[in-house]
Design a protein. Sequence first.
Length: 128
Amino acid sequence: MTYRMDHIALLVRDLEAEIAFLTGVIGLTEGVNPMGGMTIRWIEIGDGRRFHVQAGDVSRTFVERHTHFALSSPTFDRFLEDIRNRGIAFSDMKGTPGAINTRPDGMRAVFLQSPTGYWFEINDWQHD
């Protein structure tokens, strides 16, 4: 049996703040909400992939940098320059403020934390 990932759902503390982070900081696009209403908001990643966020009680949600949402950017250097110019906090995997993580294979990444506390890795990995 094979699958194709349809979407991921994230419970968030403040829906508007999370949407502002995802669209304004990371640069993702809010998509059409197939469910209607405003309690769930859909975010397009690209290439038909998406996830949704919805407000709720996150008191039992545990997050750490090792549990993160990773996105590859073909314009990583431009993204990095933009967040530096806007004073947006980021770190490497260890949590060093303003540092870039570099894997042994050369992939570079930074980690940003959303208003709810979720960690987002933005990297320059070029998939073959």
